[in-house]
Design a protein around this ligand. Sequence first.
Ligand code: HAM
Length: 430
Amino acid sequence: MAFTIPRGTQDILPGDSEKWQIIEAKAHDLCRRYNYKEIRTPVFEQTELFARGVGDTTDIVQKEMYEFKDRGGRSLTLRPEGTAPVVRSYVEEKMHGWVNQPVKLYYTGPMFRYERPQSGRMRQFVQFGVEALGSADPAVDAEVIALAMEFYKELGLSNLKLIINSLGDKESREAHRQALIAHFEPRIEEFCSDCQERLEKNPLRILDCKVDREHELMNDAPSILEYLNEDSKAYFAEVQEFLEAMGISYEVDATLVRGLDYYNNTAFEIMIDGEGFGAITTLAGGGRYNGLVEDIGGPETPGIGFALSIERLLMALDVQGVDLVEDQHLDVFLITMGNRAKKKAPEILHTLRREGLAADADYLGRKMKAQMKSANRQRAKSVLILGEDELEEGKVNIKNMETGEQILIALEDITAELKKLLSGKGVEKL
Ligand code: HAM
């Protein structure tokens, strides 16, 4: 029997894993500059956390959860997103009592959704996300959006489109909800069964329905922006002012509702324009969730965050021809001839590696010529050639692969000579 990888998952192989490392390093560096600290939560949580946190009228909870019973009969779910787990931890660890407020956190890690796999839509994907908890200042909304945009820019993406909307505070949302019910109710039987259920539970979800997207009632559905009260309007205006001050362009789209239930006030998505993306053009999404901490059993606490997947980012980089990884190389490849020289190799390599050099040698007993080929293939910047005679004299040949120059040096000078060679002209500094 041949085993195959589960649908909607992928192996990340050498050649690609370097890109992941660069992207993850960028996330860490960016969050250091914005003063967000890393949090790592488990890959699974109690199922109820997501039902309560993400919302039980969402597609994620209704159709996409990897839910299972453990041997103790508890219902657990592989996390479909990172916000509810972070908030669970915030409440459990009583982070509202921490001295530094707001609490600014970030995470990277695998998320799981049982979706129909296609390019840019996986069943296991890695999100990078941030959450800022404990401040209702619109400057934090702008900061979170700026961080997301900056991440893409610094990695070299262009043609990004930032879409923002306000879903209003509780009062505005309730007024909008009533208006939506009044709008859809008379003809709700023309909608799918999910939408019929959504009408009472969460009519906003109807606007996000993939089945009834084309229904004429969708076009003139009441816009949330018309139902914002003064506070919500002022809040939204301030977020926009901060974005403008930072030179971040955006579009307001009143139909942006997001696929999770916890949002209020600011909601945003980052899209990408251009050919080659198919149906998937949303790279990142986030927004404010001022009631979530309370819903999960904590004190009333405002929060905002966003998440993006590294898979979609890589897709976008690929389409735009952005190459993150510079040529891979070895600093030195050790070629040995004869048994005694071969026996000396581990010791020499060990020293070189401890000195910080990327060093390797032949482990397949190949002939000198094949060893040299191997060094070339791996773009070694230099090779050491150690034969029986040289070894006898305590010497080794060192060859600069860029210039072709070769000299004989003492074994004990290897590190010093290599460092000289590698930092020398024509060769990149270490
Ligand atoms: P979300 O919009 O469900 O929000 O997901 C955020 C991002 O995760 C998407 O924009 C997309 O890049 C990526 N993503 C989602 N599903 C998949 C998939 N099946 N395959 C590949 N990538 C995917 C959230 O998850 C919220 N927790 C974001 C948030 C944080 N809001 C506030 N704080």
